[in-house]
Design a protein around this ligand. Sequence first.
Ligand code: BES
Ligand code: MN
Ligand code: ZN
Length: 513
Amino acid sequence: MQIEWKTAPMPEWQADALIFFAFEKPCGYLPALKQFLGSSGKWLADSAALIDFAGKPGEVAVVYAPGGGPTPRIILAGLGPIERFETERLKFASALALRKCGDLGVARPAIPLSALEGFPGANESLAIGPLTLGALLRETLVGAMAGLHQFQELKSNNSAAAKTPESLALLWPEPPESTILEIVALARCEVAGITLARELTISPANRVTPSFLVKTASELAGRFGFKIEIIDLDTARSMGLGAFAAVASGSAEPPFFIILEHAPPGTENDPALVMIGKGITFDSGGISLKPRDKMEEMKQDMAGAAAVMGAFEAIGAAGLPGRVAAIMPCTENMPGGKAYKPGDVFRTYSGRTVEIISTDAEGRLVLCDALAYAAKRFKPSLMVDIATLTGAAIVALGKEVAAILGNREDLVASIQRIGASVGERFWPLPLWDFYFEGLKSEVADMKNTSDRGAGTIHAAMFLKQFVPDQVPWAHLDIAGTAWTDKDTGFSRKGATGFGVRTLFELARNNKCR
Ligand code: BES
Ligand code: MN
Ligand code: ZN
């Protein structure tokens, strides 16, 4: 769907459908809708449809203008009570309004930019920040575009696919200012990233193999000029990436340790922001085999790597100024004849040895080598890993909130804030030193699981052992949020693309070097 500009005053608006947002009654209408009701939209003011529309979250009403005219349909999308407004509400309302257009076969809907005026706390400034017009426009566009996304590639007959409008016009009485055009571009970058992450994650494991992720990374590198390095199994072994190699040993599919780097001229030697994504393209559990129920969903176990790829798509498209590096350890976790086994001990890249208790705790193994390698190679200003790491994160926080843990409280708080600003919720869990007690091993420096509960914390505590104290580090456990069992309006059933926006936002804040 294209985003277009139409410079026209209200009486000259023309669109297959005109979209307005409204708060829940009795608060009701924003200034643009009020103005419309008082001028070209008098017919709507007299309509019972307006009385019936309550403005509840998720509510979308289509009202038809008598005799058609230049705006034959008005679409009203509810934002819920004004006192509880969050930009996320606007994202959902916009997504549902555009989906409604798709369902009706409306080709060219429009949103008046003035429909984003009068929000609580919003002001005239177009600067990006909480509740400015720019921030509201960004949520509107991200919601509109990402809400329409549907993975169609493997359907031989896509007649059942939801339809998508051809273009969405933004109406404004004057030519758009450059700040507004920048926001449109920004939203496009984000949506491209979210889309890539969703498609990689929802794609089956016989398609998205580690080799496929290599192709994806190479394609990104070619398009945006990223440096790329691919480490195969033999090289990984010779480099000492022993934990990564152990996980890969049961699989017939070749594993790859993928490194991408965005270093605009002059930043090559700057400390890098490093993003590390878990890339288990299928997690069978290995010898500690998972139960059969829903095992197919373990194709999502590379959602961390997918979020990093998505963030890099957005970073490249936006041409961000700072140095950002990515490491994606990619392999299947399979129970082949050469598979690693419970009781085995491996030397990790850091030099420390790990006793395997469960081969199903494979994510922390591939990540521990990636963290140690990143710390040594990039002198990171900040290291963030993102992973579908523990089912315990779902037990603790559910499917809508990701766990965040790290070695700096202020860093955790600031990522939490950044996430909230783009509709991605993170909640902290503690990482007190005593949690290491549960990871002590009789035969090695540590074991890979604990039997003392707090699964998400023990996984993070394991990772912490591989992060030098002087490196600021945060761990994002997206086991609950990467996948949705229901259509949320913004995301259809399956992969959500969770994490892309937070990582991209971190990279945008990283411009000061
Ligand atoms: N990939 C899983 C975690 C997961 C669970 C992701 C549900 C998405 C949805 C991870 O590798 C795993 O198997 N974790 C184990 C850890 C346990 C063996 C300590 C788990 O959560 O049960
Ligand atoms: Mn596992
Ligand atoms: Zn896993």
